[in-house]
Design a protein around this ligand. Structure first.
Ligand code: AMP
Ligand code: ZN
Length: 112
């Protein structure tokens, strides 16, 4: 999908600050970080929202990659926040599935 920002990253037209990549998944630093660590983990195929994810293997791999990155980035022990924003009420602004990995500071609850 050439009109999708994250698909354009997967295709190489836009170069994000990549922290992990394999055949199915790309992870890169968020351009507007909300914490000292703020990584987005995305599937390489276009899936618009969490509502559209029907691949348990891919979803599980996204979670595994995210937890592994938390360890590699040194935030696993202190802890971190993972977030899927979905559609309008969830505050989703990019319509390509992505899992936020946030850490390096104390998170508050409830989220805004
Ligand atoms: P969401 O609001 O959940 O859809 O998250 C979209 C995220 O994408 C936001 O945290 C943005 O800061 C981030 N973002 C938007 N454009 C870029 C970009 N070019 N490179 C990296 N992250 C981006
Ligand atoms: Zn896309």
């Amino acid at each position: 999908m050439t009109d999708c920002l994250f698909c354009r990253m997967v295709g190489g037209a836009i170069k994000p600050d990549i922290v992990f990549e394999n055949d199915h998944i790309l992870a890169f630093n968020d351009i507007s970080p909300q914490a000292p660590v703020h990584v987005l983990v995305i599937p390489k195929i276009h899936i618009a929202t969490l509502n559209d994810l029907n691949d348990t293997r891919l979803g599980g791999e996204m979670l595994e990659v995210t937890a592994s990155l938390a360890t590699q980035l040194g935030i696993a022990t202190d802890g971190y926040r993972t977030v899927f924003n979905c559609n309008t009420h969830g505050g989703q602004t990019v319509q390509h599935l992505h899992l936020h990995l946030l850490g390096g500071r104390q998170m508050s609850w409830p989220p805004g």
